[in-house]
Design a binder for this molecule. Structure first.
Ligand code: DGJ
Length: 712
């Protein structure tokens, strides 16, 4: 809901509010962001700071919604442009606004030049989120050069904030970090052309005491799959702001007369109920408003990459498929190595037709054999990159990103096609469309295995630095066209594991392969970080042959907290292992509606003290499932205890393996203790079903403080 006041607006979600308005100087100013208040007059007026001595002008002190680089302000601006006559600042004035119940548009313009800025605010009531984007339009007759244009600046009152972010590297993504913000600017970014393994375009701010279940937290994401930047700034006047949007590193955009440029969307929200609630809000939003397909139950898949690498041929793949089907897998994914001349990483990339030597009877015959085993078929592609040793590159060496005078550096033996070019987009649409039309492909894994170098675009239509954005627009165009033509196909997104795990991808791909690291003990922490942003129904998790020293059941349990897949060389598994796998997959099928559509509670973070626990609760709170993992026990570690979350206090539940029927309130206030002497042992894990029972609660429901597991 949006309320309009004289010179101001209040955006209300179910539980929160965000207020902005014009101050006496006519600047569009942030007023409030937090819990929703009862009356419109409860919200503060726009502030009118005075100057602080000769060196600090009011404009430096005003919390502007979208500050341009101008005046005497030295904070991080949202917009920086150069006009055709060389003027390099932008002086934004209010020009009007309109709104409906969900969207507010505020119109600003430069005080001298015909340059118009529209700030759009969209309310997602049920998810308690605000979505923002900005559009700049050149209404003049000379081009304007954009040098920085963020999507949003989010304001926080005062200093003393703690920033939570996600960081890592290839094979070790999305670790949770928390640190106090001090005066200055903390920058998180990607300059890699993908959103990257290093940081995620995600933030959460709290006052330092917020926990998983309690306390205020403000959090947000950027919907973009290319280079991006986040600046968390504490000014010298203790004003805290987070700017988020396109990276201005090496960026420029020529805005020609009559043209408009729109930023990616920034999404943010507030909750009083801790980091867990913040994640659940994002999860609901992603499930309800972002994913391409309704969050139906995803299939258990088998992926042959780690079993055969590039050594793909029909019979060995079929042998894997037979065992996968026997174990209960429902989809067979043929990974890298199936296409023309792809015998190792040095050749073939770009030539998207099956290799005749690997599939002598044709891919079609192979797919029907897989289908006859009762499995759907999925296919891996990496459309954005090309090997110099490929028909595509030999025909179009000019199609790759490059500087003509520089060596073309290879990443994983490949160069990157310039998806900013329309001819490259057309080629990819045409060749991939042909593939999807020719074969019965239920699912596509779209991979991207290198980062950019020599970011050149000879003969670019505008500024060569537009590459950073035009590439991603081109990528989205190719992907969206394929989705439009083949709406039933489920896409998986991957970039050497989690190198492109972002909201922009989730608009197109239902699933993300979040890391090449499937060693269960490290994977739990990677998954934990990923779940801060996105729901388990998007999180692909495979059991592979990594960390074979751990019990197979533990490895399965870790993978069962997402979209379960198997990626091991199951031809070599013992009959015992196959039986364990079959049992785990069968069990997963009984709990996957909870994992994939339920509310996720991180009961114990995986990075902390060698123990990790997660719980998924159905939306009607009628049932739940608990996962607990012991990754490392110090010798005299006390036994492992945890409390359940998310149950209905008044209803009565049973918890598998624990005695009694107790109220939800009881299960959420009593410690469950796993074992008497040190809890689960190293690399043991357990899954417990929690079920609502209909019998009325008796008077003696809560009788023990500590509930000890039966039989231990
Ligand atoms: C990187 C991916 O993360 C792997 O799963 C696999 O698909 C390889 N690429 C194939 O080249």
């Amino acid at each position: 809901m949006i309320h309009t006041q004289p010179g101001g607006w209040i955006l209300e979600t179910d539980r929160t509010a965000y207020a902005l308005g014009l101050n006496a100087a006519g600047l569009l100013t942030h007023r409030y962001w937090g819990e929703r208040l009862p009356y419109p007059e409860d919200y503060p007026e726009a502030v009118n700071p005075g100057a602080w001595g000769p060196f600090n002008n009011p404009s430096h002190l005003t919390p502007e919604e979208f500050p341009g680089y101008s005046d005497m302000k030295y904070i991080e601006p949202c917009l920086k442009v150069t006009f055709a006559d060389g003027v390099r600042d932008v002086d934004l004035r209010f020009g009007g606004a309109d709104s409906d119940s969900e969207t507010l548009r505020v119109y600003l313009h430069d005080s001298v030049y015909p340059l118009h800025l529209t700030l759009e605010y969209r309310v997602h009531s049920a998810a308690d989120l605000i979505e923002r984007r900005a559009t700049l339009t050149n209404a003049g007759d000379a081009p304007v050069r954009i040098e920085r244009m963020l999507s949003a600046l989010w304001h926080f009152p005062g200093a003393h904030w703690r920033l939570t972010y996600l960081t890592g590297r290839w094979f070790d993504e999305t670790h949770v970090r928390r640190e106090a913000l001090q005066e200055g600017v903390k920058v998180l970014e990607s300059r890699r052309l993908t959103s990257g393994h290093h940081f995620q375009p995600y933030f959460a701010l709290d006052r330092g005491q917020t926990t998983e279940d309690h306390g205020d937290v403000w959090y947000g994401l950027l919907e973009w799959s290319g280079s991006w930047k986040l600046t968390a700034e504490v000014s010298n006047f203790h004003q805290t702001r987070v700017g988020i949007g396109l990276n201005d590193w090496d960026f420029a955009w020529r805005l020609n007369p009559g043209d408009a440029f729109t930023t990616p969307a920034a999404i943010a929200g507030f909750t009083r109920r801790g980091f867990g609630a913040a994640s659940r809000n994002l999860h609901n939003f992603v499930r309800d408003s972002v994913l391409p397909h309704p969050p139906d139950v995803h299939k258990v898949f088998y992926n042959s990459w780690e079993a055969t690498l590039f050594d793909v041929e029909a019979e060995s793949q079929y042998a894997l498929a037979v065992t996968a089907a026997r174990m209960g897998c429902e989809l067979f994914m043929l990974d890298d190595g199936w296409y023309h001349e792809r015998f190792n990483q040095d050749s073939g990339l770009g030539d998207w037709w099956p290799d005749a030597r690997k599939f002598p009877d044709g891919l079609e015959v192979f797919i029907s054999r897989v289908n006859a085993l009762g499995m759907d078929f999925g296919l891996w592609i990496e459309p954005e990159n090309v090997n110099p040793d490929s028909d595509l590159y030999r025909a179009h060496p000019d199609w790759v990103i490059h500087f003509p005078t520089r060596e073309r550096r290879l990443g994983r033996s490949a160069l990157t096609l310039n998806l900013g070019r329309v001819d490259v987009q057309e080629y990819l649409i045409e060749s991939l469309d042909r593939l999807l039309a020719a074969y019965n492909i239920a699912c596509v894994k779209w991979d991207m295995n290198r980062n950019i170098s020599e970011a050149g675009w000879p003969d670019a239509p505008g500024e060569p630095q537009e590459l950073w954005v035009r590439y991603v627009h081109g990528l989205y165009r190719v992907w969206d066209t394929l989705r439009e033509r083949h709406p039933q196909v489920i896409f998986h997104s991957c970039s050497g594991g989690g190198g492109r795990s972002d909201l922009g991808m989730l608009r197109r791909a239902d699933l993300i392969w979040i890391s090449d690291n499937s060693a269960a003990s490290s994977r739990l922490a990677i998954q934990d970080g990923y779940l801060h942003m996105f729901p388990a129904c998007t999180m692909q998790t495979w059991v592979t042959d990594q960390q074979q020293e751990l019990p197979l059941e533990f490895r399965f349990h870790a993978a069962m907290t997402g979209i379960l897949g198997v990626g091991a060389d199951i031809r070599r598994w013992s009959e015992n292992d196959i039986q364990t796998a079959t049992a785990c997959i069968a069990r997963y099928k009984t709990i996957r509606p909870l994992v994939q559509s339920g509310d996720c509670y991180r009961l114990h973070p995986a990075d902390d003290r060698g123990f990790s626990a997660l719980q998924f609760v159905s939306k009607d709170r009628g049932e739940a499932v608990l996962f607990a993992f012991r990754t490392h026990t110090a010798q005299h570690e006390p036994s492992l205890r945890l409390r359940l979350c998310g149950l209905d206090s008044e209803s009565r539940y049973t918890v598998e393996g624990f005695p009694g029927v107790r109220s939800g309130a009881a299960w959420m206030n009593l410690d469950l203790e796993f074992g008497k002497y040190g809890g689960l042992h190293n690399f043991e894990s357990t899954i417990r079903r929690i079920q609502r029972v209909e019998t009325p609660a008796g008077p003696d429901v809560v009788d023990h403080i500590l509930i000890t597991e039966q039989g231990e």
